[in-house]
Design a protein around this ligand. Structure first.
Ligand SMILES: NC(=O)c1ccc[n+]([C@@H]2O[C@H](COP(=O)([O-])OP(=O)(O)OC[C@H]3O[C@@H](n4cnc5c(N)ncnc54)[C@H](OP(=O)(O)O)[C@@H]3O)[C@@H](O)[C@H]2O)c1
Length: 272
């Protein structure tokens, strides 16, 4: 009998890679996002059951963030709907060092559906595909991160750990806390970005208030408040040390941020 997989957030950074890896292994994957058919929208729980019908194993990236208001109620209901739909295994992406995310992890792990958490550090791909991708064109990497160090992780490694948790044995009830191999400051990342892109990129540390004002102007008050609180929480030094989570799950070392940024720059150069 075929095991049916589904990926929520399948057009995003992790979900796209998880779906690609599963399909490369010959597995049937239902890619879910707001614009797919069936659609999956975290804000429309009345449609979740239809999207999960016939699904055995599920990868979920929660949007906007497990630490955002409303996430605990959403994950509680999500686990109930998945259980009723007959889902046998859920792998949930979580963020490292976030108290709100930890509460959602606990809710899912205590639910009826066997679950695994992939709790990841900051993505290296935030600088190439995510919210900081415009640093290469503006020359400015502005964040309220001071000189804190972060063990940036390659999203390909996050996806590989998620696929192992979806398809391998013995992952139920476990938390895979995954990071890259070394911790760098944002100033050091800006230097690597300058070297790999050939354009000077400077890290500009911001105050939390200035960061809040900048995000509010672009994306509104609610997003600004959530992101500023996340930065306050996770840039206090709690996430500095790398873990051995990737090696423990995959039996190999994680990829470093320089290698990710070199590859992204080479791909961008080949396209232009
Ligand atoms: N960035 C980091 O450094 C980092 C680190 C650790 C954990 N995380 C966690 O990663 C998660 C985000 O995952 P990601 O980076 O793989 O995704 P992403 O690149 O941010 O893309 C978001 C995905 O979710 C979909 N989406 C957006 N709004 C949605 C909604 N209301 N309902 C259902 N789907 C929706 C998007 O597709 P459509 O727009 O097409 O619907 C897209 O597929 C968040 O929970 C974040 O906390 C991020």
């Amino acid at each position: 009998m075929t095991t049916n997989f589904a990926v929520i957030g399948a057009t995003g950074k992790t979900g796209r890679r998880v779906a690609d890896l599963l399909e490369a292994e010959g597995r049937a994957v239902r890619r879910l996002a707001r614009g797919t058919n069936p659609a999956f929208d975290w804000e429309r729980p009345e449609h979740w059951a239809a999207a999960l019908q016939g699904v055995d194993r599920l990868y979920a990236a929660y949007v906007p963030d497990l630490a955002a208001p409303g996430s605990e109620a959403a994950i509680t209901r999500f686990a109930e709907v998945a259980d009723e739909a007959g889902v046998q295994r859920i792998v949930l992406l979580s963020g490292r060092g976030e108290d709100g995310a930890r509460r959602c992890e606990d809710i899912l792990l205590a639910s009826n559906v066997p679950a695994t958490i992939v709790r990841a550090s900051w993505f290296a791909q935030n600088f190439t595909e995510g919210m900081l991708a415009d640093a290469a064109s503006t020359g400015v990497l502005a964040l309220p991160a001071g000189d804190v160090r972060e063990p940036f992780i390659d999203v390909d490694d996050v996806a590989a750990v998620a696929v192992e948790a979806l398809t391998g044995m013995g992952h139920e009830g476990r938390v895979h806390e995954v990071t890259g191999p070394e911790s760098l400051t944002f100033a050091e990342v800006a230097t690597i970005l300058s070297e790999t892109t050939g354009h000077e990129i400077v890290y500009v540390p911001m105050t939390f208030d200035d960061f809040h004002a900048a995000v509010a102007a672009a994306e509104g008050e609610a997003v600004a408040t959530m992101l500023t609180e996340l930065c306050r929480e996770t840039f206090d030094g709690r996430n500095v040390l790398p873990t051995d989570g990737v090696a423990a799950a995959l039996g190999r070392s994680p990829r470093g941020v320089r290698s990710v940024l070199e590859d992204a720059a080479a791909t961008a150069a080949a396209r232009s």
